[in-house]
Design a protein around this ligand. Structure first.
Ligand code: FE2
Length: 202
């Protein structure tokens, strides 16, 4: 693309010329650094409050992405007599966590921040312990999921209170109504599978 000026009826008009050639391997400085929030966003929350919420939401985001992936791992690798119901349940929960991932990332952007996105950054920053690549029996899979849920719930409770204190009601609502409620419900459904019950005779 090139820019030039020409005279039309005495006025100076900028004219851009475009090419139909592909512009490949393009690079430029970032438009916004990860560590920065926009100085001015007209949502009646100052930069300091938005920065605090963005940092908190990014932590919940990386842990939610990790929990979603843990559900997918277990969805694929589950085995045994409860295969079918756990296979379906784990996938349902993965989809619900995926919905939370999108809501969290979009909230971060709406606050003028930059969300984590890529696997490398998720792995480096999650608080959820890394599971082995190996296949594990269902009670171990479930224990891992419950521990991961509790990590998310602990931080979501703390960050929701912080957001309430700073007056970031939207972030507080997302953490309470979506993150906390979804995780609590999933903990219930999963944890009932690690209660010892007779299968056929009391
Ligand atoms: Fe599947």
């Amino acid at each position: 693309m090139s820019t030039k000026s020409k005279h039309e009826g005495g006025a100076v008009v900028a004219e851009r010329e475009y090419s139909s050639e592909l512009q490949l391997r393009q690079k430029a400085v970032p438009t916004q650094r990860f560590s920065e929030v926009r100085k001015r966003v007209p949502i009646a929350l100052d930069e300091e409050k938005r920065q605090k919420s963005v940092d908190a939401l990014n932590q919940v985001l990386v842990d939610t992405i990790t929990l979603r992936d843990l559900y997918k791992k277990h969805h694929w690798q589950v085995s045994g007599p409860t295969f079918y119901q756990l296979h379906l349940l784990f996938d349902k929960h993965a989809e619900e966590q995926s919905e939370l991932v999108d809501q969290l990332a979009e909230r971060i952007m709406a606050l003028g921040g930059v969300s984590y996105a890529m696997a490398h950054d998720i792995a480096e920053n999650t608080r959820i312990p890394r599971p082995p690549k190996d296949r594990e029996e269902p009670p171990v899979q479930i224990s891992r999921l419950l521990e991961a849920h509790e990590i998310v719930l602990q931080e979501a409770h703390a960050f929701a209170k912080d957001a309430s204190d700073t007056g970031d009601d939207g972030t507080n609502d997302l953490l309470v109504s979506d993150v906390i409620r979804t995780n609590e419900q999933q903990v219930w459904f999963v944890s009932e599978h690690v209660v010892e019950m007779p299968l056929a005779k009391a």
